[in-house]
Write a protein that binds this ligand. Structure first.
Ligand code: FAD
Length: 277
C-alpha cells in the first residue's frame, strides 16, 4: 500500500506489528532512534514516513539467564546491559561501556546497534567473538542465526524483508583472558575495535578468538588453530608464528589501511606475548 505521510504504529504484539508491516512494506522499525536520526544536524529531523515503534513489544524488553546462556531482548538499552554487571561476559561489557556517552547508551538498544544498516557497529565484534546467536522473526516464522554469519553476509544487514531481530543469546563461557580495545574513540562506531579471548584448562590453551571489526568483521581461524591445545606459557616461537600468520592474513584484506593494520598487529603481538614465558 502506498504510505500516507508520517504514520507511526505502536504494536503491542508481533501479530499487530507484522500486520502493519504487511500493509506498509516500506515501514521501518524504530528502537531508540539514535541510528535513524544520526548525523542529522538540521533543525527538523527527517524520519521514515512509516514507523513501527518497538516500544510496546514487551517480549523485546526481556532479559533472562540460564546456566549456559544470557538472553537479551532486542529493545534492551545498552546501559541496562552494562548494569547487569558480572553476568555479562567481560568483553561485551567493555565493548558497550565504550560506545558513545551515557546519555546515548540510555537510549540506544542492542537490537539497533546490531541491525544498523549502514555498517557494522561495535557490538558485532564482541558478539561474534562470544559466539552469540540472534533470533530473527518474520510474520510466518522465526530462525536463529550466528552473530558471525549475520555480520558477514553481504548487504546492509542479513535481515530479510520484514524481518525483526527479537533476541540475542550469549553463551556464558568462562574466558580466562579477555581484552577489548577500541582504536579510534569518537568515530561513532565506524572505527576499528578488537576482541581477544583465551580459554585455558589446567596449563593448556583450549580456545582462542581474535575478532576485529572495521567496515567488516575479520577473524582468522587458521591463526587460532596454531595456538589451540598448546601448553602455557606459550613458547616465543609459537607466539611469533601466530603474529606472522595474522600479518599474512591481513595483507590479503583489501580496504584495510596501513595504520589500522599496524594498530591491530601491535595489539595482537602484545597480547599473545603476554601468554609466553
Ligand atoms: C553521537 C553518537 C555516537 C555513537 N557512537 C557509537 C560508538 O562509539 N560505537 C557504536 O557501536 N555505535 C555508536 N553509535 C551508534 C549507536 O550505537 C547506534 O545508533 C545505536 O546502537 C542504534 O540503536 P537504536 O536503538 O537507537 O536504533 P535505531 O536508530 O532505532 O535503529 C537503527 C536501525 O536498526 C533497525 N532496527 C532497530 N531495531 C531493530 C530490530 N529489533 N530488528 C530489526 N531492525 C531493527 C532500525 O530500523 C534502523 O534501521 C553512535 C551514535 C551516535 C548518535
Amino acid at each position: 500500500m502506498a504510505a500516507p505521510l508520517n504514520q507511526v504504529f505502536f504494536p503491542a504484539t508481533f501479530q499487530e506489528l507484522f500486520s502493519a508491516w504487511g500493509r506498509f512494506d516500506s515501514a521501518v522499525p524504530y528502537a531508540g532512534g539514535t541510528g535513524l536520526i544520526r548525523d542529522q544536524g538540521r533543525r527538523t529531523l527527517e524520519l521514515p514516513p512509516v514507523i513501527l515503534s518497538l516500544d510496546k513489544l514487551e517480549d523485546l524488553q526481556r532479559i533472562s539467564r540460564s546456566e549456559r546462556y544470557l538472553e537479551i531482548g532486542a529493545m534492551v538499552k545498552l546501559s541496562q546491559i552494562i548494569r547487569l554487571g558480572k553476568i555479562v561476559p567481560e568483553a561485551f561489557r567493555d565493548c558497550l561501556e565504550n560506545i558513545a556517552g551515557a546519555q546515548l547508551r540510555n537510549i540506544a538498544t542492542i537490537g539497533g546497534n546490531i541491525c544498523y544498516p549502514a555498517g557494522r557497529l561495535d557490538a558485532s565484534a564482541a558478539l561474534t567473538a562470544l559466539d552469540a546467536q540472534y533470533e530473527l522473526r518474520s510474520a510466518q516464522s522465526s530462525r536463529w542465526i550466528s552473530a558471525s554469519r549475520f555480520s558477514s553476509l553481504p548487504g546492509p544487514t542479513a535481515l530479510k524483508d520484514q524481518e525483526l531481530l527479537t533476541r540475542v543469546r550469549i553463551p556464558l563461557d568462562q574466558w580466562n583472558y579477555s581484552v577489548y580495545k577500541k582504536f579510534s574513540k569518537g568515530r561513532r562506531g565506524n572505527g576499528g575495535v578488537v576482541v581477544f579471548l583465551v580459554k585455558t584448562q589446567k596449563n593448556a590453551l583450549t580456545d582462542i578468538r581474535v575478532v576485529y571489526k572495521t567496515a567488516a568483521i575479520l577473524r582468522d581461524k587458521n591463526s587460532e588453530a596454531i595456538l589451540a591445545g598448546k601448553q602455557l606459557p606459550l613458547s616465543r616461537r609459537v607466539a611469533a608464528e601466530f603474529v606472522e600468520n595474522w600479518e599474512t592474513f591481513l595483507s590479503g584484506i583489501q580496504d584495510l589501511d596501513e595504520l589500522s593494520q599496524k594498530e591491530l598487529l601491535n595489539f595482537i603481538e602484545m597480547n599473545v606475548y603476554n601468554l609466553t614465558e
